[in-house]
Ligand binder design. Structure first.
Ligand code: ATP
Length: 371
């Protein structure tokens, strides 16, 4: 069983870079935690502090209830899988997988048993006599995973383990790592800059930016209830549309105005804004592409949130179609995700309906979520 506690952790590199700021996180046994964020946000540094490969400048790290700050990496009962696999080129797959166990003076029979078991799980039994250079990228990745599995660690740490694989293999290995997590019944911490990987693999996701945690949540909660505009636009593909609009009171109702467009806010949303300073001011409106539709049934059922647009580009992807729309009052092109059989063509001037129940509003200055 391995739970982890990261308490007020900081990493300051010499030269004045604070890579990780006041990182706080409790991880339960058997969670699949993903650290995600753009390049340089501090995710690798955090993982390396957990592994013991990087000193913790300030704060505390516990695995179980044991303080780990000054415990050597080899004594932390963790295994790390790196992006470049870090296999020994002159050793066979078997020896690569057995290496850590040999160092620990594990009995030969036990080593053999564990390597064969891991190789079976990963479907690489037929490759045990080969050297790494005779393996494909996907097979090397499996060996790297195998080397971690044989150690039977309490915690698996993975730093972008799939980024050297082609797109198809990446999707396949994603499922396999998920299955592995299920089977091994241990704690996984996984670093990626790819939000799709994070959403599909994590039981909880830690979104980071500039060394700070932005939000820790389940994939669904992150997608549906982002804390701020950064999380809202980072999670989800194509990304959430952001439009600056004026929030105006008209009678008892609240409306969002941009260009010539006027969207009435549903009662439930309007109620939450009552008595706030935002009325009469500009706010940032967030709308996910799937909540902007060109089909007649949506236009008819949502007459109070229909806007005009000119179609800049149509992208048919098989199962769905993306429309890139020029909307008056919107600074950037607005993306809509519509039915694959949409009749809309590039150059058309069309009406689209926005599902106002799904709108997010952000503060223009702080970019924090208002509703
Ligand atoms: P990437 O996805 O590009 O690997 P990351 O989110 O994992 O990014 P880190 O590698 O943790 O980010 O780096 C966080 C910050 O710390 C960056 O600004 C980076 O330049 C800086 N940094 C990392 N290692 C060092 C170091 N050894 N000395 C000084 N600064 C460093």
């Amino acid at each position: 069983m391995a739970s982890l506690k990261l308490k007020n952790m900081y990493k300051r590199y010499s030269g004045g870079v604070t890579a990780v700021n006041d990182f706080n996180l409790d991880i339960e046994h058997n969670e699949f935690i993903v650290f995600v964020g753009p390049s340089g946000c501090g995710k690798t540094t955090t993982l390396r502090m957990i592994a013991g490969l990087e000193e913790i400048t300030e704060g505390e790290l516990y695995i179980g209830d044991k303080l780990m700050n000054d415990v050597a990496p080899k004594d932390r009962d963790i295994a790390m899988v790196f992006q470049n696999y870090a296999l020994y080129p002159h050793m066979t797959v078997f020896d690569n997988m057995a290496f850590g166990l040999k160092l620990r003076k594990t009995p030969k029979d036990e080593i053999k048993k564990r390597v064969h078991e891991a190789a079976k799980i990963l479907d690489i039994e037929h490759l045990l006599d080969r050297k790494p250079k005779a393996l494909s990228g996907g097979q090397r990745q499996r060996v790297a995973l195998g080397r971690a599995i044989v150690r039977e660690p309490k915690v698996f740490l993975m730093d972008e383990p799939l980024s050297n694989l082609d797109a198809k293999l990446r999707v396949q290995m994603r499922t396999e790592i998920g299955r592995l997590h299920h089977r091994l019944n241990t704690t996984f911490i996984y670093v990626t800059h790819d939000q799709t990987e994070a959403l599909t693999m994590g039981t909880r996701i830690v979104v980071m930016k500039d060394g700070y945690i932005q939000q820790v949540d389940t994939p669904t909660a992150l997608y549906d209830r982002p804390n701020n505009m950064f999380v809202a636009t980072f999670i989800g593909s194509p990304q959430m549309n952001i439009i600056t609009a004026k929030l105006e009171k008209q009678g008892n109702d609240l409306h969002l105005l941009f260009g010539k467009n006027d969207i009435k806010l549903p009662e439930g949303k309007a109620k939450k804004l009552e008595g706030t300073d935002y009325i009469g001011k500009e706010v940032l409106v967030g709308v996910r592409p799937e909540h902007i539709r060109d089909e007649a049934m949506y236009l008819e059922s949502m007459p109070e949130s229909v806007i005009e647009s000119k179609v800049d580009l149509v992208e048919m992807l098989g199962a769905e179609t993306y429309l890139y729309l020029v909307v008056e009052g919107a600074m950037a092109t607005v993306t809509a995700r519509v039915n694959a059989r949409s009749k809309t063509r590039t150059g058309d001037v069309i009406k689209v309906a926005i599902d106002a129940n799904k709108i997010h509003l952000f503060d223009k200055e702080t970019e924090r979520t208002i509703i």
